[in-house]
Design a binder for this molecule. Structure first.
Ligand code: NAD
Length: 264
């Protein structure tokens, strides 16, 4: 095949449905000739994910709960059985108890703090550990983060500290794996309506606020995140690692957010 990803093989984790950021990235990579495998969480999502993977001609689908080392080991053993090496991995996974994505951060429970950190932060390191073993010729590893790591956003709560820890993990992993030619980066996406973001209190308000206050005066799409991922995962990004690339219509540079959202 031809294209920026011709001859490259990789894993996309976190596909839930056609609104998933993982889907926007998968489409951008497939259009440039990448060979893809997907992992999804649990049987319930299988019937959603199967037809999507089929659209991209990808038979490689793995059920994986990133909260379990055994499940991650099985995923990478399954991949290894098909492919000797891989070139990239996309980690588009996050989780926190919906009941704590409203109200105040100060009320976070220990149990949900632990679970949020485990699924949304540690899993990326656990994935990098295993993926890097399959990247003898170098590679590119990508995760997804949000501005709530840098500044306080309404209702993002414990996901804020979790994304801050994730962004810092990107830097440590970039240093550890850089000598092996493996790049590690994050995309900080602006708010996009997905299954995960729908769990955040007043998410519609956040979308509207971003639309009115970002320099581009609009929200971003899954496709735009896909294009940025293509840059970081292809040879175009060969000089970039440890980076947090904002794909947020510029929202993160605006200090004084002046325009309020009218009745929504
Ligand atoms: P999504 O619901 O489509 O994807 C989240 C995925 O995480 C799902 O596929 C879900 O199955 C998976 N997941 C949760 N717990 C898991 C576990 N234990 N094991 C394996 N998979 C698990 O939503 P999305 O918005 O596409 O989220 C993808 C990533 O993008 C997340 O890290 C999210 O925080 C990040 N992000 C989203 C936005 C946004 O506004 N949507 C903005 C910035 C960053």
């Amino acid at each position: 095949s031809t294209g920026l990803m011709a001859g490259k093989k990789g894993l996309i984790m976190g596909l839930a449905n056609d609104k998933s950021i993982a889907w926007g990235i998968a489409q951008a990579l497939a259009a440039q000739g990448a060979e893809l495998a997907f992992s999804y969480q649990g049987d319930a999502l299988k019937k959603r994910v199967e037809p999507l993977a089929a659209q991209l001609g990808t038979p490689m689908l793995f059920d994986c709960d990133v909260g379990s080392d055994e499940s991650l080991d099985a995923l990478f053993a399954g991949l290894k059985a098909q492919w000797d090496t891989i070139d990239f991995v996309v980690h588009a996974i996050g989780f926190s108890d919906k009941n704590e994505l409203r109200g105040r951060y100060v009320d976070t429970s220990r149990a949900n703090f632990r679970l949020t950190m485990d699924i949304s932060v540690y899993s990326f390191t656990a994935v990098a550990q295993r993926a890097s073993q399959m990247m003898p010729n170098g590679g590119s590893i990508l995760t997804l983060t949000y501005y709530g790591a840098e500044q306080v956003m309404p209702h993002y709560n414990v996901m804020g500290p979790a994304k801050a820890a994730l962004e810092n993990s990107v830097k440590y992993l970039a240093e550890d794996l850089g000598r092996d030619g493996i790049r590690v980066n994050a995309i900080s996406a602006g708010p996009i309506k997905t299954l995960a973001s729908s769990g955040i209190g007043d998410f519609r308000y956040i979308l509207r606020w971003n639309e009115l206050n970002s320099p581009l005066r609009r929200n971003v799409t899954q496709e735009e995140v896909g294009k940025a991922a293509l840059y970081l995962l292809s040879d175009l990004g060969s000089g970039t690692t440890g980076e947090n690339l904002h794909v947020d219509a510029g929202y993160h540079v605006v200090g004084m957010k002046a325009i309020d959202a009218p009745d929504i």
